[in-house]
Design a protein around this ligand. Sequence first.
Ligand SMILES: NC(=O)c1ccc[n+]([C@@H]2O[C@H](COP(=O)([O-])OP(=O)(O)OC[C@H]3O[C@@H](n4cnc5c(N)ncnc54)[C@H](O)[C@@H]3O)[C@@H](O)[C@H]2O)c1
Length: 270
Amino acid sequence: MGNNLLKGKKGIIFGALDEKSIAWITAIKCHEEGAQIVLTNAPVAMRMGEINKLAEKINAPVIACDVSNAEDVDNLITKSMEHFGGGFDFILHSIGMSLNVRKGKHYTEIDYAHNLKTFEISSISLHRVLANCMKKDAINDWGSVIALSYIAAQRVFPDYNEMADAKSLLESVARSFGYHYGVKKHVRVNTISQSPTRTTAGSGVKGFDGFINYAEKMSPLGNASAEDCANYCVVMFSDHTRMVTMQNLFHDGGFSFTGVTNAVIEQMEK
Ligand SMILES: NC(=O)c1ccc[n+]([C@@H]2O[C@H](COP(=O)([O-])OP(=O)(O)OC[C@H]3O[C@@H](n4cnc5c(N)ncnc54)[C@H](O)[C@@H]3O)[C@@H](O)[C@H]2O)c1
């Protein structure tokens, strides 16, 4: 099945909600490549129970953690180290939540308390996790941390709402922490900016069908699937990408650097 790209490696995967989740598919790929994994998600998501099926499949413990809660994060890192018998090698931060989108608030009229919570869950959580890991020296030398982002961090996609700001902050945290963790422990921190993907979080964006079809037509290679993203994460966790850090890596079939495609022009001429 796999090529043992992650043989002997250990990692924590955040955000596997159901089998469509990018984190779910990544966990399976990492397992196939020989990694040992700890799964985690918010207690409310775990109540759905789906994650237990994944846990059984890849023989991984599940530790509940609301990433906006410092005690939960502290407990997760401590328990993961106990489970692994020491440090670990990779982390996938695959977490997104917008309270204002949920409440149907327009970007120009957002509720700031919700806005801060969105940032806390979707962006600052990366800082919280990395800070906790650094304090406990939890990530091994040359470890690799990936957080998932979206191109709305750089360009305007109006219905992406406050999540655009959250992703900008997430990418900035990855860069800034990437510097400090790189100097201290050779740990690399990157974001992967993924194509629109049909998942629970993805489908929460208003007008998602139009959005994903447009991206498909605007990408020379077409949209990257969740499975493609999972494969990319595996490579980023492997020793073959040791010198890549503090980057936002577009994984979008070429969308980010395409001005227009013939497919879009044909559509416009109709
Ligand atoms: N689907 C897309 O179109 C797309 C595109 C680019 C980037 N992304 C990003 O990929 C990541 C994964 O999303 P997905 O598309 O697989 O959707 P998903 O809904 O399957 O995953 C989002 C996860 O975030 C978790 N989460 C929410 N609040 C949390 C909290 N307080 N504590 C811990 N976990 C919490 C959810 O339980 C869920 O598992 C997100 O960062 C998302 O923004 C998605």
